[in-house]
Write a protein that binds this ligand. Structure first.
Ligand SMILES: [Fe+2]
Ligand SMILES: [Fe+2]
Length: 188
């Protein structure tokens, strides 16, 4: 299991809208979607090694936008480039490869993503739906458009995602407080 303190320590962000509070909301939402979909349509590989994929979602949540500075298509690649340095001691190479994959591929549109396998496509859908649900924080061109959520279950989480954001946005500069706000007062 990933130690909570390690995740909190890794959750930094340079950009106003992509700080620790975003990371932890995405983590919570991704785990919710994961647990729901696991028994419904997860590939066999994910069912067999569900802990590995849970860990990958947690680390990706804290790392995926860490390198973001405004609109920037390459921030996923830069995040992937930091994975070995930041989480090497606590993770296996296989886990780091999944984290790197998710960091890189969370950025491009689904329509631009080709040549990935069934497991990669499924776990990416889980992560991207969680990241998309936290677009509830935007009121501009990046705002949430529910039609693009990939799982039907994700569409049922919109009002919960809004409520989670409203209760946790004030902790954006404080990773520890953000974590507590999301996981201790969050939605179960
Ligand atoms: Fe991003
Ligand atoms: Fe994000």
């Amino acid at each position: 299991m990933v130690r909570q303190e390690s995740l909190i320590k890794a959750a930094e962000g340079k950009c106003e809208y992509h700080r620790a509070d975003h990371s932890f909301r995405v983590m919570k939402l991704a785990l919710q979607i994961f647990e729901h979909q696991l028994e419904i349509d997860a590939p066999e590989e994910v069912r067999q090694e569900s802990d590995l994929f849970r860990e990958a979602l947690k680390w990706t949540a804290v790392l995926h936008d860490r390198e973001m500075a405004g609109f920037d298509f390459d921030h996923g690649f830069r995040a992937a480039g930091k994975v070995d340095q930041i989480v090497r001691i606590q993770t296996s190479e296989r886990l780091r490869d999944i984290i790197k994959f998710l960091c890189i591929y969370h950025v491009p549109d689904d329509s631009e993503i080709e040549n990935i396998n069934e497991t990669q496509r499924w776990i990416l859908k889980v992560f991207k739906d969680a990241d998309s649900l936290d677009r509830i924080r935007f009121n501009n061109g990046d705002k949430l458009d529910e039609r693009y959520l990939r799982f039907d279950f994700s569409k049922t989480l919109v009002s919960e995602a809004r409520s989670l954001w409203e209760r946790t946005k004030q902790f954006s500069d404080l990773p520890g407080k953000s974590f507590d706000a999301v996981f201790n007062n969050g939605i179960e």
